[in-house]
Design a protein around this ligand. Structure first.
Ligand SMILES: *[C@@H]1O[C@H](CO)[C@@H](O)[C@H](O)[C@H]1NC(C)=O
Ligand SMILES: [Ca+2]
Length: 152
């Protein structure tokens, strides 16, 4: 039992050590950096994450959404902010792609009801604080907070 606990703790230490500051572990293979202080346009948020050796938030499965959601909701100060999702339909209206050109999942549990709205000029994805951080399409020139992900 003791042995198990100590190997678990040292495994945790290894994971923690592998995420460069100011990143913290999201899971065994990924690190997360959340900035709830400074707001950015979509393009500024993309640059912010690149500067920090990562990528603006990409979520391709429920598990990742759950981990990111739990991280956002772990503190009141981070819960009350909107965060950019690195997804856009600027290239072709209604065709949502992540920054890595992969298709963005549609519908539940990701997008809010009736989202994306596909309104003119609403071409960037946002985790909306007023809607439990479900995804909404917003003008890319809005100023919101950023979450970056990177590999350990
Ligand atoms: C907007 O387009 C997407 C992709 O075609 C679609 O899934 C979604 O239902 C559309 N939204 C509305 C409000 O019609
Ligand atoms: Ca659009």
């Amino acid at each position: 039992m003791l042995l198990r606990l100590s190997s678990f703790l040292s495994a945790l230490a290894i994971v923690a050590a592998q995420c460069p500051d100011p990143y913290v572990p999201l899971d065994e293979t990924r690190c997360i950096l959340l900035d709830e202080i400074v707001t950015y346009t979509y393009d500024e948020a993309v640059s912010f994450c690149q500067t920090h050796g990562g990528s603006l938030l990409v979520i391709k499965d429920c598990e990742t959404f759950g981990l990111v959601y739990d991280y956002i909701h772990s503190e009141a100060v981070t819960t009350n902010h909107h965060y950019w999702l690195a997804a856009s339909d600027a290239e072709e209206e209604g065709t949502w792609k992540f920054i890595d050109k992969q298709p963005t999942p549609m519908g539940t549990p990701f997008w809010g009801p009736g989202q994306p709205s596909n309104r003119t000029g609403y071409n960037c994805g946002l985790l909306h604080a007023s809607y439990n951080h479900k995804w909404y399409d917003m003008p890319c020139t809005g100023k919101y907070n950023a979450i970056c992900l990177r590999s350990v």
